[in-house]
Design a protein around this ligand. Structure first.
Ligand code: FES
Length: 92
């Protein structure tokens, strides 16, 4: 097992803030590791939404990645320098 050290991590940006995550981690897992469940806002209820199925079916985990909207974060792997924006970040 590889120890979790800063050297084994890559830096991404989440809503403008730098975050260290393990390479190959899904974007959804990276956000959850930061304690985030507010990936997007339901347009009808206005409530925060987050991952549900974890396999690309429910679309509840959509975020913006490097300017690409509606990316299913449970299917996308983090890469060094990736910019991840959530709906919560749009309010900040
Ligand atoms: S968690 Fe359902 S599509 Fe990503």
């Amino acid at each position: 097992m590889t120890p979790r050290t800063a050297a084994a991590q890559v830096e991404v940006t989440v809503d403008g803030r730098p975050v260290l995550v393990r390479p190959g981690t899904s974007v959804a897992a990276a956000l959850l590791e930061q304690g985030r469940w507010d990936f997007r806002v339901d347009p009808v209820s206005g409530r925060d939404r987050g991952p549900y199925c974890g396999m690309g079916v429910c679309l509840e985990c959509e975020v913006t990645v490097d300017g690409r909207a509606h990316v299913r974060s449970c299917l996308e792997r983090v890469r060094a320098g990736m910019r991840i924006d959530t709906a919560a970040g749009e309010d900040a």
